[in-house]
Design a protein around this ligand. Structure first.
Ligand code: 9J3
Ligand code: ZN
Length: 264
């Protein structure tokens, strides 16, 4: 209850609520021109329209190699409507590598909290990163270099660095069973396994999925991303029920690995 946790936002969660195309908050958006920022390529900020619930946690999201903001745009309103400020970004060039994408995610968060028109709506102490493919690899880079981040969610991540013991940010990695561009055996799985076993960490392998599954609206990605962001950016233990006991394999989940309960 909100008196116990000042970061809790929105009503008590239900399975249908976290699976829905939109959550309880109406969403507004504003464009950020590449010409108005440094260190990343601009983007779109999606945020709860109402100011009556105070500030919100925030997440920056990077696309993958050769891709644009549009490839991850569905996550903007989907996550913002659950009570987050979401910044989907373009990178400086579409060929930028994961290390660069990590720096760009952090530059985007800095812009969001220090310069953007919605900075007053963001709680600068509660930030996270997400990204697809090289953007997912960049999410790991960002978490490694800024331990104050509260959550990281790499989506079918790609990186030449296979080992992430330095990460102290709670991290949920999505893999795809049919990924031939970033095969889970050489990307998502070793990334997960290399995270500290004392960290809150998860590995969700999507069933019947490809490298590009995170580029379209996807209920399982949204459901567990919302739960992870709520649990670790908002410290909202009402969402622990969706993460622990660990999700079981089924139609859309090939495999789930992780620790449970969280925060212990
Ligand atoms: O961001 C991505 O989709 C990375 C996968 C890739 O094309 O890597 C080859 C260099
Ligand atoms: Zn490493």
């Amino acid at each position: 209850h909100a008196a116990d946790n000042p970061y809790e936002r929105g009503p008590a969660p239900t399975t249908s609520g976290i699976e829905a195309l939109r959550g309880p908050y109406a969403v507004s958006q504003t464009s950020v021109s590449s010409l108005s920022v440094t260190g990343f390529g601009g983007g779109t900020i999606y945020y709860p329209t109402s100011t009556s619930d105070g500030t919100f946690g925030a997440v920056a999201i990077s696309p993958g190699y050769t891709a644009y903001e549009s490839s991850i745009a569905w996550l903007g309103p989907r996550l913002a409507s659950q009570g987050f400020v979401v910044f989907t970004i373009d990178t400086l060039t579409t060929l930028d590598q994961p290390e660069s994408r990590g720096r760009q995610l952090l530059a985007a968060l800095d812009h969001l909290t220090q310069r953007s028109s919605v900075r007053g709506r963001v709680d600068a102490s509660r930030l996270g990163v997400m990204g697809h493919s090289m953007g997912g690899g960049g999410s790991l880079e960002a978490a490694k270099s800024r331990p104050a981040l509260q959550a990281a969610i790499p989506l079918t991540p790609w990186n030449l660095d296979k080992t992430w013991p330095e990460v102290t940010t709670p991290t949920l990695i999505f893999g795809a069973d049919g990924d031939t561009i970033a095969p889970v055996a050489s990307h998502a799985e070793p990334f997960y396994s290399s995270l500290s076993s004392s960290l809150d960490r998860g590995y969700l392998e999507l069933n019947s999925a490809t490298h590009f599954t995170p580029n379209s609206s996807h209920t399982t990605i949204a459901k567990y991303s919302v739960s992870w962001l709520k649990r670790f950016i908002d410290n909202d233990t009402r969402y622990e029920q969706f993460l622990c006991p660990l999700p079981r394999p089924g139609l859309t989940i090939e495999e789930y690995r992780g620790n449970c309960p969280h925060g212990s």
